[in-house]
Design a protein around this ligand. Structure first.
Ligand code: KG4
Ligand code: ZN
Length: 352
């Protein structure tokens, strides 16, 4: 079964064709990231307008580069939530139109669950992808760490899961982005912090780890602690404006803050994932979402988890159409969320 997956929930326009939920034939992503850099974060209106420009060329390229034609596509899967309303609308309206005009079944896919399914893609002939050697077994524990979500989910089977915990305030990726902004690193903050942290000392500063209930996360206190620490380092108090901090911090201070923040942020999610692992004893553990490509996260998992954990390629951790096509395949197989192309609405606040 060949599924075309379409993704447009934030600043990436993605389209991909995946066969039987495991073999990726094409994966095309156009990002409006450069347009947002000046503002230090995604501007929803700009992102939505970029989707309008990119979505048709991205879908066409995903089909052309797959070696298939429209006649070979068995279903269309599209992200209908969670995400930015204006952005979701472009993907959903495009998918609805294509489902009608090309006469294909349409499946509405949850973006956050889609991130988890990036781990089920195990084969591709495309260059530059390092994929897991096999798909994860159930029961499966998933740590979802993205710019919008931080969640621990225990899956007993496809579409049978329990949300164990989630963030009470900021998502972990959001914390990376905000801390990067405080110390003057470019957006998106995750990769910038990871890079600068390489030359810093992760034990230089003792930043606080949140004390939330068993499986819940919190990152706003850590972010504020970075702000206070930065003010202190330049000899100012809490009244000093955050936007003026970065020019007063030197490179070594920035690197040490980045490394110390990254260590603690990552430790706090790995701590909880490990407790959940020991309680639920899953057969597999997967990480998903943009922050799943973080090298410190992978290192801490390797050092602390008793099982060998497989990871997907960083290009499938951030937003893409392949993960949506993959989950769409399982939905088609199990008849979940087959949608009316004349009425499928977006759901910006959709949760797991
Ligand atoms: O999953 P994603 O592409 O979008 C959402 O659904 O939110 O995640 C984007 C987030 C951003 O906050 C970005 O800073 C973070 O993932 N990120 C990283 C890394 N690469 C992307 N965070 C830490 N380390 C990275 N290498
Ligand atoms: Zn995402």
């Amino acid at each position: 079964m060949n599924v075309l997956g379409i993704e447009s929930s934030c600043d990436e326009t993605g389209a991909s064709i995946v066969v039987d939920g495991k073999t990726m034939l094409s994966n095309v992503v156009a990002s409006s990231l450069e347009l947002h850099r000046y503002y230090g974060g995604v501007v929803p209106e700009i992102a939505a307008r970029s989707h309008i420009d990119s979505i048709i060329p991205v879908i066409e390229e995903s089909i052309d580069s797959s070696g298939l034609g429209w006649q070979d596509i068995d279903a269309i899967a599209v992200t209908y939530g969670a995400g930015l309303g204006g952005c979701l609308l472009i993907g959903v309206m495009t998918a609805r139109t294509l489902a009608i005009t090309k006469n294909k079944p349409l499946y509405a896919v949850n973006h956050v669950a889609g991130h988890v399914y990036a781990n089920f893609i195990t084969h591709t002939k495309l260059d530059g992808y390092k994929l897991p050697s096999s798909e994860p077994d159930f029961p499966m524990l998933a740590l979802i760490v993205s710019g919008g979500h931080s969640q621990l989910v225990f899956f007993t089977n496809h579409f049978e899961y329990k949300l164990l915990g989630q963030t009470r305030d900021d998502a972990i990726g959001e914390a990376f982005d905000k801390v990067a902004r405080i110390i003057g690193l470019p957006y998106p903050g995750g990769p910038s912090i990871a890079e600068v942290a390489l030359s810093g000392d992760p034990y230089r500063f003792n930043l606080p780890k949140s004390k939330m209930s068993k499986y819940d996360f919190s990152f706003s206190g850590l972010k504020t602690a970075v702000l206070r620490l930065s003010q202190e380092l330049i000899g100012e108090d809490y009244r000093f404006p955050s936007y003026m901090l970065s020019e007063r911090l030197d490179l070594a201070q920035k690197a040490n803050i980045a490394a110390s923040f990254q260590r603690i942020a990552v430790e706090s999610v790995v701590d909880k994932a490990l407790i959940a692992y020991e309680e639920y004893l899953p057969k597999s553990f997967v990480i998903a979402g943009g922050v799943a490509s973080n090298a410190e996260l992978r290192k801490q998992i390797e050092n602390r988890f008793p099982i060998k954990v497989e990871y997907t390629d960083p290009k499938l951790c951030t937003d893409n159409g392949a993960m949506i096509a993959c989950l769409g395949y399982y939905q088609a197989k199990l008849d979940i969320n087959l949608s009316d192309p004349y009425s499928l609405p977006i759901q910006p606040n959709l949760s797991m």
